[in-house]
Design a binder for this molecule. Sequence first.
Ligand SMILES: Nc1ncnc2c1ncn2[C@@H]1O[C@H](COP(=O)(O)OP(=O)(O)OP(=O)(O)O)[C@@H](O)[C@H]1O
Length: 216
Amino acid sequence: MLEFENVSKSFWTGKQRKVILDQASFRVELGNSLGILAENGAGKTTIINMMAGLEKPDEGTVRKSCRVSFPLGFMGGVVGKHTARENARFIARLYGLDPDYVEAFSRWLCGIEEYFDMPVGTFSSGMKQRFTFSLLLAMEFDIYLIDEGMPGTTDVEFNRKAGTVLRDRLKTATVIVVSHQAGTLEKFCRSAAVLRHGRLHMFDTLEEAKRMYDYA
Ligand SMILES: Nc1ncnc2c1ncn2[C@@H]1O[C@H](COP(=O)(O)OP(=O)(O)OP(=O)(O)O)[C@@H](O)[C@H]1O
């Protein structure tokens, strides 16, 4: 379970207060994947970061009683001067997992060949995305956090392999996806919400959420 209780978050822009969430309360139960629809700039990344614990609410509480992933595509934990191998083994240890397994799995999935033993700082942005996505899938979480769907990689072979692993993982895991497109959510989610002007409107079905989202 992941729960927000009376969570508020805003940013001061120098001219005005940009409200992301105003006293939001909701709960995501395991097995009930949630999609959040929001326009660009409405606060998708900020909400996902609060769920991951990367950002703190101004007020209220975020509670978790299960293993929640870092956001898909998050690069913050990866050190550019270290190789993918070193990063994978270090992060595995942080999460109390077997470094040999995490290294072997992400090496296989990301398919960047000898670059896996080179500093991450030498990677193209697509390679970095494939590496961090591979790391995410190498670790078992109860809830996976996805910001704007799959990473923007155009590598067909990687997308095929990663898609198969992700589908398999989602048979037992729950996912929370934030996106500005309903199409992205259709693949993953049972229930949906719309984030607008600091309020999170929860719906039982994606259809209902889409109706509200499209209305404006
Ligand atoms: N540290 C900050 N200080 C001031 N404003 C911020 C800060 N972080 C985010 N914002 C603002 O808060 C709003 C929401 O940002 P966020 O990145 O969460 O939106 P988003 O919905 O993910 O956007 P996009 O779809 O464009 O990626 C934006 O207007 C952004 O400029």
